[in-house]
Design a binder for this molecule. Structure first.
Ligand SMILES: Nc1ncnc2c1ncn2[C@@H]1O[C@H](COP(=O)(O)OP(=O)(O)O)[C@@H](O)[C@H]1O
Ligand SMILES: [Mg+2]
Length: 53
């Protein structure tokens, strides 16, 4: 399981994600859906960085 609560992320002073909650269980395939520029890649980059700490 992977859970994030109130994730905030962005680039320098530019904030892109505001208090994003996310829950992925082992039993399901999770997709992230949204229009261009909505923050999908930013979210995944934040997840990767989160993993490094
Ligand atoms: N390296 C960056 N520096 C500044 N702003 C960025 C950068 N990468 C993406 N953005 C901005 O962040 C927002 C979300 O982009 P992005 O996460 O790439 O969306 P998606 O992957 O859903 O298309 C957009 O407004 C985009 O212009
Ligand atoms: Mg993208």
């Amino acid at each position: 399981m992977l859970e994030m609560v109130k994730l905030n992320a962005g680039y320098g002073k530019l904030r892109i994600l505001f208090d994003v909650d996310f829950l992925a269980s082992k039993k399901h395939i999770v997709t992230i859906v949204g229009p261009n520029g909505s923050g999908k890649s930013t979210f995944l980059k934040a997840l990767i960085r989160f993993n490094e700490y």
